[in-house]
Design a protein around this ligand. Structure first.
Ligand SMILES: Cc1ncc(COP(=O)(O)O)c(C=O)c1O
Length: 386
């Protein structure tokens, strides 16, 4: 028997590496590259947050996994004020994480899913849901989430493993607003998904980091909203990040909130593993959570960029079917993703091919709103130039 089997060797290639030739091509554009691929924030971290970080710079002792009382209370205030969580939700329902990517990747392990188990997630999705399944040897089951909400088990007929896989699913990922499509799940669909999962004892983790960037919808519904869970958070987790809404990607400030029993399980494991947010980041995060004005101002910055880029893409023949919320314009030009990426690279615009988000994404490209106003204007000008 082998002493070890390389896990890295069993993972798919890191998709972003394959963009290198297109990046090189876009960089040759005389007006410079407009990088709309990764979606990393380009605007400054709010001054209030930078100050809080600096004020907490003397951090000689170990931080705790559960976080400071100030951070935990700020988390409770935030989920109640901005995500519609119940008024009686307490600090035992919230836990900070070191950015949310680590939680997405390791949640299957931390909730006890292993080889033989299965994890369902949207069939067009942020790739880390699948990685989390592969890390623990579980089967990844991409499924059309809206169909699952509307039709239940039948949605798995076309998924890997078919409906037989349902009995092995321990975790269902939701992502609304979706990265990459921007689609938002209605209250009714969220409730139906929660009901479906609960009847089967499946944990639901709802990744909602773009919730405060609604465009074509009035608001985005969180899994913490009582209209979704009827006052009972059992088996439910909201996964949330401040990276985008507060320009904090470099701080790694995120959290999970929901079922206190599940949060206690995660806390126990994360304590043993030394997974705690650095002390100065805890202070900065507490400040960011309370700074609604900064979040709202940032949303207006993205609104302007979206208002410039969306019509330019449509004028260039792009079709943008959803993109109801969030940071991406999920665009189809009536050709393969690869052809669109290459054509846009010729214009000096770098974007991500739809297949990065699953085979069902072919035909689309993901175009991020995360570039300066000047770069967004340059992209729009190139797209609409006769
Ligand atoms: C859907 C989704 N979840 C999670 C993350 C991870 O965010 P972070 O690790 O910066 O908190 C991202 C980042 O792009 C994302 O799009």
């Amino acid at each position: 028997m082998a002493r070890r089997v390389s896990l890295a060797g069993r993972l798919p290639a890191f998709p972003w590496d394959s963009l290198a030739p297109h990046r090189a091509r876009a960089e040759q554009h005389p007006g410079g590259i407009v990088d709309l691929s990764v979606g990393t924030p380009v605007d400054p971290t709010p001054a209030s947050v930078q100050q809080a970080l600096a004020d907490a710079a003397d951090s000689h002792g170990y931080p705790t996994t559960i976080g400071t009382p100030a951070l935990r209370e700020a988390l409770v205030r935030f989920v109640q004020r901005r995500l519609g969580a119940p008024a009686d939700l307490g600090v035992e329902s919230v836990l900070s994480t070191i950015g949310s990517k680590e939680l997405v990747a390791h949640l299957p392990f931390q909730v006890g899913i292993g080889a033989g188990g299965a994890i369902a997630f949207p069939h067009i999705a942020y790739p880390t849901y699948e990685m989390g399944a592969l890390f623990v040897g579980a089967d990844p089951v991409p499924v059309d989430i809206e169909r699952l909400a509307d039709e239940g088990d039948a949605a798995f007929a076309d998924a890997p493993g078919g409906t037989a896989a349902i009995d092995r699913i321990g975790l269902l990922w939701l992502n609304s607003p979706s990265n990459p499509t921007g689609a938002v799940l209605s209250v009714e669909r969220m409730r139906s998904l929660v009901d479906w999962a609960r009847e089967r004892g499946i944990v639901v983790a709802s990744d909602e980091c773009y919730a405060l960037l609604p465009w074509d919808v009035d608001a985005v519904t969180s899994i913490l909203d009582p209209r979704v869970h009827g006052g009972d958070l059992t088996g439910l987790l909201c996964v949330y990040s401040l990276s985008k809404q507060s320009n904090l990607a470099g701080y790694r400030a995120a959290f999970v909130a929901g079922d206190p029993a599940l949060v206690a399980e995660l806390t126990a494991i994360r304590k043993q593993a030394g997974m705690m947010l650095p002390g100065p980041v805890q202070a900065a995060m507490a400040t960011a959570l309370d700074d609604d004005a900064a979040v709202d101002a940032q949303r207006e910055i993205y609104r302007r960029r979206r208002d410039v880029l969306r019509p330019a893409l449509e004028a260039a023949g792009g079709r943008i079917p959803r993109s109801e919320a969030g940071l991406y314009l999920w665009t189809a030009f009536g050709e393969s993703s690869e052809a669109s990426v290459a054509r846009l690279a010729d214009l000096g615009i770098l974007c991500a091919p739809g297949m990065f988000y699953g085979g069902a994404g072919d035909g689309f490209v993901r175009i991020a709103l995360t570039a300066s106003d000047e770069r967004i204007d340059a992209a729009a000008e190139r797209l609409t130039r006769p």
